[in-house]
Design a protein around this ligand. Sequence first.
Ligand code: ADP
Ligand code: MG
Length: 437
Amino acid sequence: MTQFQTLPLDAAVLKSLDQMGYHEMTPIQEMAIPKLLTGQDFLGQAPTGTGKTAAFGIPLISRLQAGSGTIDALILGPTRELVQQIAEELNRIGAEKGIQALPIFGGENVFVQKEALRERKAQIIVGTPGRVLDHIGQVTMDLSQTRMVILDEADEMLDMGFRPDIESIFKHLPGGRETWLFSATVSPEIRKIADQYMYHPEEVRIQPQTKTAENIQQMYYVVKDEEKHRLLRQIVKEHPDMYGIVFCQTKRDVVLLTRKMRDYYPIDCLHGAMAQGDRDQVMDAFRSGKLKLLVSTDIMARGIDVDNLTHVINYSPPHDPESYIHRIGRTARKGETGVAMTFFNPFEKRALEQLERRVKMGLQKHPSCELEFEDAPPKGFGRYQGQGNSGFSHGRGGQKPNGHNPNGQKRRPRRSGNPNPVAGQTGGTSSPSSAES
Ligand code: ADP
Ligand code: MG
């Protein structure tokens, strides 16, 4: 991966990126930024979570002159949340340069937005199409100087029926502008927009990753949930130099596991309820090697770029193959080798099979693992009994898989088609993101 430093970016932007902890470019950024710095229409397709916001935000802010007093760029996004997120990211990128982005969306106090527009401090407007059109209609938004228009998450905007609004907005924009379009997918409808409103766009497509790095040795264990922490202990005993990340499904799993492991290994955790100062402290200790194992959830581990990690351990299999690929990619960076170990409980054979299909390779069962997969219990069988226990100690006891629910507690049916039946098993938490908040 290439460093941002190697690009001819504005020095103030580079400084902001450094403060944000952005050092290396993601693939879409690597492909898009050099082109967008030169100025041309652009159509970028890349899967969700690959850094598309910064792929346009960095060259955009790098090219703008601070203090123009005009709306130089207009960004359209599908929802209030995304608009806010985009504006936040742009404001971070533009912090050192003094370039501001103003989010505009429905449901917000129109007066406040009008006031902000009147102040003319924001050179970038980020808005939902409907609300942007409202402001154009009321002449509160002067787009006569707008040179760049960016459609972000274009597929979602079109799915939500924003096409007429987008087309109306285009009619109000000066000619000779640049149009950039970013999307996770490119449908025929997006094609039409590109043909109609873009001038010979440069097209870049980053395929979703399906194959994982070959220098990562991928292994799995079949292990009962209540045995997982003992297995982890045994693994660290066998690998005294282990330096890695253990991924858990929920914050609760993270905390409980860390507690159980503390006496055995230099380990600490990262989770959403920690104060920023504590998180930074843990990350510093981990980066410096003082901590050898970091226990975390997917969400918290996002953006952790630590070199020389020897192991990634999936304490439970991730929700989806993308997440698996993302997790194990934390090791074996820069051509080094690494080991990924995934713990499946005896009923998660399907999760393993689905993973192998999607990553297009077989995972190797660890030679020391003797336990076999068992047939999945009948639908609705209470492997989720004992709600409120942690992810690894909600024991089935020694129950046979086809046995009955011994204590008649709440059952939680397994959703069919869910690649990972572990999801949502703990403490009433139903998704990893809600576990984070
Ligand atoms: P997309 O729009 O492609 O779904 P986002 O732009 O929302 O993805 O980025 C996903 C996450 O990756 C965000 O949390 C963002 O802060 C982070 N990110 C983006 N680029 C980088 C980078 N170069 N280095 C580190 N983190 C990054
Ligand atoms: Mg995005």
